[in-house]
Design a protein around this ligand. Structure first.
Ligand SMILES: Cc1cc2nc3c(=O)[nH]c(=O)nc-3n(C[C@H](O)[C@H](O)[C@H](O)COP(=O)(O)O)c2cc1C
Length: 453
């Protein structure tokens, strides 16, 4: 019995010059208008027409420049070489849509919690309760260098992030749901006892309040988390409403999904309080041959340098230092400080505790569409694959695009009707807010001080 009746669909977007696939800008049908608001607005309309639950923007606070300690190859090849502020691109998209959820990545390591609380609660109000925040701790030293800070070690980043979220959520909950009155006749703007100071004084942060933004129609933004380490998963189970994952295949996904949901239940949260969604690519064609041709085109466009640059970025290790077929020493392996789950996956899949750079390229497929599972085929065969995953390995999908906006247009035209016909995906939005649409509870903040009013 699935935890949810129908799957949630999330689009994996970037406020940058390419889709998740760095080579996408080279695709003949790719729109490269990424500096315009119209680009984000037109993608939003495609997604909303298709009834996607959420458009989600990833982010990093640096362009990839760990490889060879340089940025020129990144710029020349356009390997995620542009990073706009995702909140602004997402706002442009949100204002051109009315039901689509809008999620944005923001780091707990480089911003002040009060600032993040205010930005997201403002966005949530402007969009009528459709905002989500993807909570990341950030992963490489280029981000620290841009933000003028020292690079903080992995588990410590999570410790800090816990306090960060407590401050953000604390501020969000400093206004009662019904604090605002705005009654011209009586002259009462808002209940003075319906708003409180936070008075947070912790290990990492201090913040007083009162917060400056009232509750939104869904109360507060949906929280997304995508940690893959043990520490990250623990954090996700504690705070997440929506959890993004990367599963190498269905079998591994089923195992990880069951473990996560069991742990969630053991921690006192119901199994259906979090939706788990793995990142996948979908390459659809009217015929199997057309789908295979499209997939081959994506593979032809990807260059080996794309993978090396992005591996260096995500693992925070300069792959240019190391001969391609030389095994990493134990010391070098433990010095890799980026996404450790990535490193560990290479060890597992290659069967070697001291893999080579070639093994990293082969077993992560970084920079190609095969870095995530790829559903390729006709609409029917893709719906079959998604149906096989749904309920046993996931509660929805984060769909990455081979090129923009064509991949989403093809998915909307060919796959969505088949999923709807099978009852696996919504024909219309369930409500107005993202929480209603995802079937995720809101936290009431109400009437605590009723007697005092
Ligand atoms: C679908 C998905 C999207 C992600 N988006 C971002 C992002 O935009 N920015 C970022 O710094 N990390 C992003 N991450 C990385 C995670 O936040 C996390 O750092 C990573 O999965 C490693 O897990 P760990 O932090 O537990 O080691 C994403 C991960 C996944 C699975």
């Amino acid at each position: 019995m699935a935890d949810f009746d129908q799957m949630a669909l999330v689009a994996f977007l970037q406020a940058q010059n390419c889709s998740n696939l760095p080579a996408s800008w080279r695709h003949p049908d790719c729109s490269n208008d990424f500096l315009s608001a119209a680009y984000y607005q037109s993608i939003g309309k495609v997604l909303e027409e298709a009834k996607f639950h959420l458009a989600f923007f990833d982010d990093r606070l640096a362009i990839p420049d760990v490889y060879a300690d340089d940025f020129r190859v990144t710029i020349k090849e356009g390997i995620r070489a542009v990073k706009l502020d995702p909140v602004l691109c997402a706002t442009a998209m949100g204002l051109a849509t009315s039901r689509l959820g809008i999620g944005v990545t923001y780091s707990t390591t480089y911003y002040e919690p009060f600032h993040v609380a205010r930005t997201f609660q403002t966005l949530d109000n402007l969009l009528g309760g459709r905002a989500a925040w993807n909570v990341v701790t950030s992963l490489n030293s280029s981000e620290a260098a841009n933000m003028g800070q020292d690079f903080i070690e992995h588990d410590l980043r999570y410790e800090r992030a816990e306090e960060f979220i407590d401050v953000v959520r604390g501020h969000w909950r400093c206004w009662d749901d019904d604090a605002l009155v705005i009654d011209k006749a009586s002259g009462l703007f808002a209940h003075p006892n319906g708003v409180r100071r936070l008075e947070h004084n912790g290990q990492w942060f201090k913040s007083r309040g009162p917060f400056t933004v009232p509750r939104s129609p869904q109360g507060e933004p949906v929280l997304i988390q995508a940690g893959q380490s043990g520490r990250g998963r623990q954090f996700a189970a504690k705070y997440g409403d929506l959890v993004f994952v990367i599963y190498p295949n269905l079998q591994a996904g089923r195992k990880a999904y069951a473990v996560f949901k069991d742990e969630l239940e053991a921690s006192g949260r119901p199994r259906n309080s979090i939706r788990i969604s793995p990142a996948v690519y979908v390459v659809v064609g009217e015929s199997e041959a057309e789908a295979q041709d499209r997939r081959a085109r994506y593979d032809e466009l990807a260059k080996p340098i794309d993978g090396l640059v992005l591996l260096s970025e995500v693992l925070n290790y300069d792959f240019a230092q190391k001969p391609y077929d030389e095994a990493f020493s134990d010391e070098e392996m433990s010095g890799i400080s980026g996404i450790q789950a990535f490193r560990d996956r290479v060890v597992t899949l290659s069967g070697r505790s001291n893999p080579t750079p070639r093994d990293f390229v082969t077993f992560t497929q970084r920079g190609t569409i095969s870095e995530f599972p790829v559903f390729t085929g006709t609409p029917k065969s893709i719906a079959d694959q998604m149906e096989e995953w749904f309920g046993t390995a996931c509660d929805g999908f984060v769909i990455a695009a081979g090129h923009m906006p064509g991949s989403y247009e093809e998915f909307a035209r060919l796959v969505v009707p088949e999923l709807q016909r099978r009852g696996l995906f919504q024909k219309d939005y369930a409500g107005k807010t993202l929480r209603e649409n995802l079937g995720i509870a809101r936290t009431p903040v109400q009437g605590r001080l009723d007697g005092a009013r």
